[in-house]
Design a protein around this ligand. Structure first.
Ligand code: KG4
Ligand code: ZN
Length: 335
């Protein structure tokens, strides 16, 4: 029976392939090869290097999927947004598979993929607010009862995850900075350093992390020797202000919109401080909170495969001659 969908994700620095059963959402195969170690020495993702590493990793993973080829009914791939040189690796592989196995091709928007990380083994829920916090994006999205996706708020500059990466870099911590900062913050003792929360008194619902990043930069400049103790205090104060900024705007959004459900997705949604604060906010507003499983917060092909099930049901296929690469697109109006 041909009821499996193979999905490829290569939008940034993770090479991942998943196979899902479209009838019961069960994951049949999943693998992700992260390139973090290779990019770490440069303090961020180097697109050219990412592309070369995808080129080596994806065929390696695909080799392990061959036993399922005769049960595949479609191929899905992340086509936007992301690094073009990375996306193109997955897209080329997906097109070749679709052509050679003579099965439909499905293009999935990466951000929609993150939203589906809330529904890996279940049907989609509607009337939901979603906080998407990753390295590339920070936004609050309304998934309404008619499956429309409306962006309610977004960052004007850096994303939440990116600000962690940049602050980590300023303190010579390794990349990606999110986990580094979170772990370091736990070691803070005095907790008497305070950074001001951005745009606290503004009615604007959008985010901005560049000013906070600058506050950290100016604080670092005060020290000749940035020892572990000082770094921990800075990490704690920064994480606190960054989470409070997310929370402040979210509370304003909760007052304006009433969601039946709320979800947090994206790599930075692994931040436990952020999770617990949003949890409290949802309790206060009597909104049921959904969290992406920790293992599938960051980029992965399983969320793409799950999104592809709904696309398959809607016969939302693309032609292999079609140019689907769209690195900057937020093709986002419907789920
Ligand atoms: O979703 P993702 O894997 O990639 C993008 O689509 O961007 O997110 C990666 C981002 C990085 O910026 C990383 O530092 C951040 O998520 N991140 C965190 C944490 N874990 C990962 N940020 C804050 N706290 C964390 N625990
Ligand atoms: Zn992502």
């Amino acid at each position: 029976m041909k009821n499996l969908i193979l999905a490829i994700e290569s939008s940034c620095d993770d090479s991942s392939i998943a196979i899902i059963n479209k009838d019961n959402f069960k994951c049949i195969f999943y693998k992700k090869i992260s390139q973090e170690k290779e990019h770490c020495k440069y303090g961020g993702v180097v697109p050219e290097l990412a592309a070369r590493l995808h080129n080596a990793a994806l065929p390696n993973i695909l080799e392990q999927c061959k036993i399922y080829f005769d049960r595949l009914c479609a191929i899905a791939v992340t086509n936007e947004p992301g690094l073009s040189v990375s996306l193109i690796n997955g897209i080329t592989m997906a097109k070749i598979l679709s052509l050679s196995l003579n099965i439909p091709l499905i293009a999935i928007n990466h951000l929609k993929g993150h939203i589906y990380s809330l529904f890996l083994e279940q049907e989609l829920l509607l009337d939901m607010g979603i906080l998407l916090v990753s390295g590339g994006h920070t936004m609050v999205i309304n998934l309404d009862k008619n499956k429309n996706l409306n962006i309610i708020a977004r960052t004007c500059d850096d994303s939440f995850g990116e600000s962690f990466d940049k602050v980590a870099k300023m303190m010579n911590l390794s990349y990606p900075g999110g986990v580094e900062i979170e772990n370091l913050a736990k070691k803070a003792v005095h907790k008497n350093l305070n950074f001001s929360v951005p745009m606290l008194h503004s009615k604007d619902l959008n985010y901005s992390f560049s000013g906070l990043k600058n506050q950290v930069r100016l604080e670092i400049l005060k020290y000749k020797n940035l020892d572990e103790g000082i770094k921990a205090e800075i990490a704690y104060a920064f994480e606190n202000a960054a989470c409070l900024h997310i929370l402040d705007k979210l509370e304003k959004i909760f007052k304006k919109y009433s969601f039946k459900f709320f979800g947090i997705v994206g790599g930075a949604s692994a931040n436990l401080n952020l999770r617990s604060q949003v949890e409290k906010l949802c309790e206060k507003y009597n909104t049921k909170l959904y969290l992406a499983p920790l293992a599938y917060c960051s980029d992965n092909a399983l969320m793409i495969a799950r999104a592809a099930i709904d696309a398959y049901k809607n016969k939302d296929f693309v032609n292999i001659e079609q140019e689907i690469l769209s690195p900057k697109s937020l093709n986002f109006s419907k789920i």
